[in-house]
Ligand binder design. Sequence first.
Ligand code: 26Q
Length: 831
Amino acid sequence: MAASPKTAISDLISKLIAQYGCGPIKFSGTDEAFYERHLLFDNVVDANDVTLRERYEAVARSVRDVLSQRWIRTEQTYERENPKRIYYLSIEFLLGRSLANNITNLMLDPIAAQLIKDKNVDWLGLLEQEPDPGLGNGGLGRLAACFLDSMATMQLPATGYGLRYEYGMFKQSIKDGWQEERPDHWLRREDPWQIMRPQESVEVKVNCSFEITGGSLRAEVGKPARLFGIPRDLPIVGYSGRTINSLRLWAAGAPDYFDFQEFSHGDFVGALAEKLAAETLTRVLYPDDSTSLGQGLRFVQEYFLVACSLADIIRRFRRSNTDWSTLPDKVAIQLNDTHPTMAVPELMRILLDEAKLGWDEAWDLTRKTLTYTNHTLLPEALERWPIQWFEMLIPRHLEIIFEINRRLLDDVRNRFPGDEGRLARVSLIEESPTKHVRMANLAIVGSHSTNGVAAIHSELLRTITVKDLAEMFPERFNNKTNGVTPRRWLLLANPTLARAISDAIGEGWITDLSQLSKLKPLADDKSFRDNFRAATRATKARFANWLKSKTGETVDPDTIFDCQIKRIHEYKRQLLNALRIVVLYNRVRENPNLEMTPRTFLFSGKAAPAYHLAKLIIKFINNLASTIDNDPTMRGQLKVLFIPEYDVTLAEHLIPASDVSNQISTAGYEASGTSNMKFMMNGALTIGTRDGATIEMAQEAGEKNFFLFGLTAQQVADSRGWYNPHWHYEHEPETRAALDLIFSDHFSRHEPGIFEPLRDTLLTHGDYYMHLADLTSYLDADRRLVELYANSEEWARKAILNVAGSGKFSSDRTIAQYAGEIWNAKPCPVG
Ligand code: 26Q
């Protein structure tokens, strides 16, 4: 007899509970009443008359019910076993939505499917109710989120620490082709995933107070203040739901009793203003991903993250351990870029002033506990903070930094007598024009491991960027090539392909991505190729529908989807991609009978609000798109679309639907890239330069299955002295015609001259990122790519070989290497 829906759900829940071993989850109603109970008791609404948002909240809370006991048990296990714990400190976590991810990782899909069916829920509409928490700019923040997923899946005792920005990454809209920014008030409605833990608040003492004047935050020097960090925890569900770790996000506040004290003196309003000023600290994420513009508030945010997190870590350490000397056996703190580098002086301060240890022991423990990851070589992104700010906010830390530096420079003098240049380069303090602390130097000196995020990047870091320090401490330098979680980026984002893969090789790949290599022989199997092609075609059609419903834009799934999605930056060279399209456009204009494979060029990405040239590049892409749209000869041949508001959710839709992935940074400038890996595991072919992790991807898949072009990092460096973009303009007819067309205002008929700054950057100012040097070889690679597309069997074969070769780029592999080679941490399974 067929089970009634009710029994089916009860059965599944019982199985789940048995699997998690938490004992029965107790409800007053029937088992299946999870969802209805929440609608009734949380929202107090009639189940027949609810909004989609209320449905979302009820489903999210039901899922949270399922994970709560396991979440508590995870922490209990860590308390009991007292393993070495990993703490991942990051100023950004770009999580993306949680509901579907948690359902997948808890393996609740059958229950969700049943619920959708029984209650006739508009599932896609419901998922859209969850805001995409944009607590990060791009790669670095998303990497932190992938790492949390891997650490939980691998049952590592890990906690993420970040800031709970009230406003995340700005929302982007496009008006007349220009980027416009709107605030992202993602917390307008209560977030069902965050658990506030006021009892675990920490106090942070600083040497100045804050006030808001004229809309900006000002420091009042010499008036010490106490801030409070109020934590909220988010569950990080490992795949299979065995381990549920936490991401702890700090919000800034003033102590609750402040008003009473001040009130008794009569200044209620002044006291309240102080509280609001304190809360301003975590109000907004800085939307710059590659410039250290020297914002005072950012400096305070960085210290606040460090002070709250270290206080929490040390408090937890002291609960189970009495001997300070065991700190590095119990605690590994990974600094995600230099943003949390104040952990070096802060940990020293705790060990010296609170634990009362001597300098040598404190220094030894600090270095053995901390490790640092570098994510960029761009000089403008290397953080340097004015020592005045340290003096004002945290003078004790500055004292400690000076003492670290004094000892460091003594060491340099001993080892390299008379080498004044080295002394100046290694110093933690940059002397001119005004004194600044070099945060990367501090992180390297104050930790026992410094890693880059792809082989070429680690090599350039070691041999060029911080050469002198690498010569002093060679054993500290290592590489950890980035990875991405296959749960979110393949299983969840591309269910059709995931099913085809699992049908062919089983499900082992979900937690051991190297098993994708089993697909290699299937590249020669006609029926698998057919399945693969059908999966891609279905995903493209699904994307086209989604895009239509979200933006009203139409794209044709029978054209090549050629994508570049990432932050807009000169070094990433969206402008090179646009030049390629202008050349193709010119070819059709000149020869309207040209047989061209129909293509759709998709762009998406945000520009830092103060980065004018990046914003002009967005404008140019949009004008290019509309000019082509309005040209009847282009119809059915070329289409360009800039999709606004790039976020994790958009990436989850677009990447699986892509045929071509553009990874075209000037060689030597993209530290790693991570979207490149997501495209590869979803079966797109890469057209790209030999930069970042793309080099390793091509090695894994075989260079013949890649479309590599352009100067190498070495060639870029070697030609800096003599490179002349005018040469390309003079000698390459297609390059010249493309530029002339742009400068003739063909794409700016009603806005003459607006693209002049593009001429300046590409010609007048010397084309620093060498667009023109790479344009012809890009076009050549593009020609080969389009030729291949005409042979759909060969295309599918190469795409399958790419998926088969993508196993290395799981963040599980990256995390296994961090755990084994840097942290010396082991899994701590939850019983
Ligand atoms: C610093 C100071 C003040 C304000 C902002 C910042 C800031 C914020 C974010 C500086 C840098 C970032 C982010 C950098 C980033 O995302 N880097 C990317 O990291 C990825 C993960 O390792 C790599 O794959 C990318 O290549 C790298 O660009």
